[in-house]
Design a protein around this ligand. Sequence first.
Ligand code: 5AD
Ligand code: SF4
Length: 469
Amino acid sequence: MSDSNVLEDARPSASPARGEERRAFIKSFGCQMNVYDAERMADIAAEEGYREAQRAEDADLIVLNTCHIRERASEKIYSELGKLKELKDQRRRAGRGVTLIVAGCLAQAEGAEILRRQPAVDVVVGPQSYHRLPELLREARLRPGVVAADFPAEDKFARLPPATPDAIARRGVAAFVTVQEGCDKFCSFCVVPYTRGAESSRSVRAVVDEIARLAAAGVREVMLLGQNVNAYHGRDGDGRPVGLAELIRAAAAVPGIARLRYATSHPGDMNEELIAAHRDVAALAPYLHLPVQSGSDRVLKAMNRRHRAADYLDIVARARAARPDIAFSSDFIVGYPGETDADFEATLRLIRNVGFASAYAFKYSPRPGTPAAEAAGQIDASIKERRLAELQALVEDQRQAFNQATVGRRLEVLFEKPGRRAGQVAGRSPYMQAVFADGPESLIGVMAQVEIIAAEAHSLRGRVVSPAS
Ligand code: 5AD
Ligand code: SF4
């Protein structure tokens, strides 16, 4: 960026006129942890005097909270940045500046490279540094092109402003709370250990306080988040290490919390205590997102997953013994380097064996810096495509069968918002299924017993049994 641009950005005319309100637009890509981070960045922006904008066109501050997990995710962001550069140029010609921030995992992975590819970016900030946004914004006002992609030692969470009761209420009755970040597993295909750093856990107190604040503002369901959430090892008030099962019990005791979930877990950290929590903690949803990635031991070993297919099936069996109505979802990668037809068949067998309520499947995407990207036996795009389609067809059948099997059952539904039609409300079952039922808006925020009367392509229809609507 030329010096004249720097000066132009620093001129008062680049900011809204006095009295005019400033607005921030934050767009999140990728996983649920990014959604949580985006909300926290919105809290920071609010403290800095920005109101939320619904569209980039209305914003003075634009944040793209990016994902780096697969190649497509990254490419999408560069194309989005191209469009935002145009917007920024237009706005500059109209005498009003826009500050453009790239946050998230792409920011962490590529740092200053982002400025080289798109000089219109003012700030690049990684997931461990976004609590520094106020000072980074001030720096960028003087000299655009600030990069903060280190892993600072300070506790980011302790420095983030809490969400206001208004902001919490606007975000709805189901909320995310990050309890753990980073990953020490180093699966050979995955960038997360490099972009999010080493595993770290928040203290029990910090998590419970945040949940209590959310509950006081109307939140009824919390999903505890971590890249490797079941490796959670926070400390209690006495400095004693605490695992996820105990954290779940502490969270369930917060008044107002009706339902808890957690994601994403690794099979290697699925301990007995956590399985027992599915039996003992009424608020814990009988639904477990537990990525297996492959059903072939050979591929699992090459992936450095540190578990075999049989270990996964054993966890499924033990969880079902503890909580018979528990359902599973998973992530799969097809076309990992060296994956043969026989390996792929083993994955299909595992899927048939478990019977998933839902699943996500991805074509293997080589990520720079990960061991698998350099591995021999990279698989042809056409083979990946074919395997993906076959796997997706199988899990789609299972999803529909699972949905169909809920017809006639009574499920607990937390109503979250108005439905598609007047007089209808929409919520989620314990299994994350969207459920629509006739009823007044006063049901929003209520966990109701709902009899499922039909399964449609992407949702269920139900009748509220209690509380009566
Ligand atoms: N290629 C394809 N899928 C990947 N995932 C992670 N890294 C890659 C990759 N390089 C998938 C895994 C993980 C999910 C979040 O994304 O299935 O569980
Ligand atoms: Fe990536 Fe999950 Fe493996 Fe960690 S456990 S390296 S986040 S796939």
